[in-house]
Design a protein around this ligand. Structure first.
Ligand code: FPP
Length: 255
């Protein structure tokens, strides 16, 4: 007799049986509140949040997501108190040291987007080394958005496209110059902690992404919360500007 599966294993099996989002992005919010609720310093929330990054990366890889992009530090986060910024940079450095072996084992390619030259050398050096070491991995691309702003990304891309094409530039030229070029189209954007904003994350890429807002604070966001978000995505009808009838017609044509 086979063992009955746990509800979590059932959920994972159901999610894996349906078309998965190829590219999932996450606004990891609620670390500070998680710490406050426990009478701990904010950095304790960020530390537990790093554990969620590890757990969610492992689960996304296991079920077959191709690309996972996490908002680890926004361009605006530089304005936080110095000790919090320093603690976040230290956590990133620790994360890059501790995760390289597992990334290699699981075929994860590490990528980073944002104004990376603003990062301290302690992070930049480790990032460059981890990106070089994992460059040939093909299992899943994990992108850390660091010192990242969506408007800034569009400005850089528009400048590069204008330099190449002048006033004739079109949307494809900008798309090809974005920091996310080469990644699959964004399918699902998740924001944790009950907030319902985009906060300058992947503004261009969100055009046709499905949005999922979870009440769970990021340090508590683990397998079940990720699978729940993906299951929600799988229940959506994605129309890309078409009507429901047009989509049904296309599905019939493909049968
Ligand atoms: C938002 O929570 C979270 C951040 C600004 C940083 C996210 C960083 C991590 C999860 C840890 C380091 C990352 C990696 C990849 C190891 P908040 O502080 O704004 O929370 P609050 O809204 O409750 O105050």
């Amino acid at each position: 007799m086979t063992n009955p599966r746990s509800p979590l294993a059932e959920l994972e099996a159901r999610v894996k049986a349906r078309p998965l989002p190829r590219h999932v992005a996450i606004i990891m919010d609620g670390n500070g509140r998680w710490a406050e609720q426990r009478g701990l310093p904010r950095v304790a929330g960020h530390r537990e949040g790093s554990e969620s990054v590890r757990a969610v990366t492992r689960t996304a890889r296991r079920i077959g997501v191709e690309a996972l992009t996490v908002y680890a530090f926004s361009a605006e986060n530089w304005a936080r108190p110095d000790d919090e910024v320093d603690a976040l940079m230290q956590l990133l450095a620790d994360y890059l040291d501790s995760e390289r072996a597992e990334m290699m084992e699981n075929g994860i390619r590490l990528n980073a987007i944002g104004e990376l030259d603003r990062l301290p050398e302690s992070v930049r050096g480790r990032l460059a080394a981890a990106r070089a070491e994992t460059a040939a991995n093909r299992g899943m691309t994990l992108t850390l958005a660091l010192s990242y702003g969506g408007r800034q990304e569009i400005v850089y891309a528009a400048r590069a496209a204008a330099a190449a094409k002048g006033a004739e530039l079109d949307a494809e030229d900008i798309e090809a110059a974005l920091w996310t070029r080469g990644l699959p189209e964004l399918d699902l954007l998740i924001r944790t902690s009950g907030e319902r904003r985009i906060s300058n994350f992947l503004l261009w890429q969100c055009a046709y992404a499905e949005l999922h807002f979870s009440e769970v604070l990021w340090p508590d966001f683990r397998d079940e919360a990720l699978l729940t978000a993906i299951s929600d995505f799988q229940g959506r009808e994605r129309r890309f500007g078409l009507t429901g009838a047009q989509l049904a017609g296309r599905a019939r044509d493909c049968d």
